[in-house]
Design a protein around this ligand. Structure first.
Ligand SMILES: Nc1ncnc2c1ncn2[C@@H]1O[C@H](COP(=O)(O)OP(=O)(O)OP(=O)(O)O)[C@@H](O)[C@H]1O
Length: 287
């Protein structure tokens, strides 16, 4: 399978923070969700891989090309949606479309017009009259109108209402299924990623805690609610983290299906991304 993104030993040092030797490869045609607490290094990773900030690495390839050597070639095939697009507030979507038709060789004016309509965006009003969510919608209209092969989003869906977010998730799913398009989304809305991510990268204090396929995560991890005596009898190798609750213990276990064979009467729930994050961030290890 061809890789859309190859990152090896990506390191960025700030005075009080280090993004520390991040390595992973993302296959083409998949959706990657990047999760992590505030300040964990998600935006730093995205900015570094886009070449927006200098960083050290042993390999960095986007769509099979060395990013530093082909910045302009890659830009044509790339759509990036940040929290704030930074377009001039005095422009209208129509004017922005005209400008972008000169920037992107694959610009599709009809498709842009139809996305503006579909997303309920007035083509002739200045951006300064738009709400934050409307500006984000405009960015999606732009992204889907120049046929990118790789879409990168950093906290892009945070200001969107649940109905439009759901529409965007459908569009992203369609986009990734078509012609091997790849999507990378850094988001705090883990429930969205539960719905669409094929892979998950968890960044914690600048380090990559795991990069795994969503199916593997679901098959591997499980949650057991139990008493202390049950927790004490578990093999520490099967216990990832545990959390003490008011009257019981909540345990994130590995090897969910083998444990189920041993403890047939015990319910082992599947774990969603929010629960996995909370265990990693706040859970305790068995000694
Ligand atoms: N220009 C900079 N100079 C110094 N430190 C920086 C700079 N940019 C980011 N940092 C630090 O790098 C760390 C990671 O920040 P980053 O924005 O990558 O986190 P994040 O995971 O995207 O956070 P959030 O979820 O809050 O958006 C933070 O401690 C931040 O203070």
């Amino acid at each position: 399978m061809q890789q859309a993104l190859v990152i090896e030993n990506l390191t960025k040092r700030y005075k009080d923070f280090t993004l520390d030797h991040i390595s992973f490869s993302l296959p083409q045609g998949t959706i990657l969700g990047i999760i992590g607490e505030n300040g964990s290094g998600k935006s730093t990773l995205i900015n570094a891989l886009l070449g927006l900030i200098p960083a050290d690495y042993s390999q960095l390839e986007l769509l099979g090309k060395d990013i530093a050597a082909h910045p302009n070639l890659i830009k044509q095939d790339l759509a990036v949606i940040f929290d704030d697009a930074g377009y001039d507030e005095n422009f209208t979507p129509l004017q922005i479309g005209k400008f972008l038709s000169h920037v992107y060789k694959n610009w599709d004016a009809d498709s842009y017009r139809s996305y503006l309509k579909r997303f309920d965006l007035p083509a002739k009003k200045r951006l300064k009259t738009f709400s934050r969510g409307m500006k984000t919608k405009l960015e999606f209209a732009i992204a889907f109108s120049h046929s990118p092969k790789f879409l990168i989003m950093d906290e892009a869906t945070n200001g969107l209402d649940p109905v439009f977010r759901d529409e965007i998730l459908d569009l992203l799913r369609e986009f990734s299924e078509e012609e091997n398009h790849t999507v990378l989304i850094a988001s705090h809305i883990t429930s969205d990623l539960d719905k669409i991510a094929d892979y998950v990268a968890y960044i914690h204090h600048g380090r990559l805690l795991f990069f795994q396929s969503y199916d593997e995560l679901q098959n591997e991890y499980g949650i057991i609610n139990c008493k202390k005596s049950f927790l004490d009898n578990l093999n520490p190798e099967d216990v990832v983290y545990y959390r003490k609750e008011d009257y019981s213990y909540r345990v994130l276990v590995k090897n969910r299906y083998s444990l189920k064979q041993i403890f047939q009467d015990v319910e082992i729930h599947s774990a969603d991304l929010e629960e996995i994050m909370l265990f990693y961030a706040k859970g305790e290890k068995l000694e």
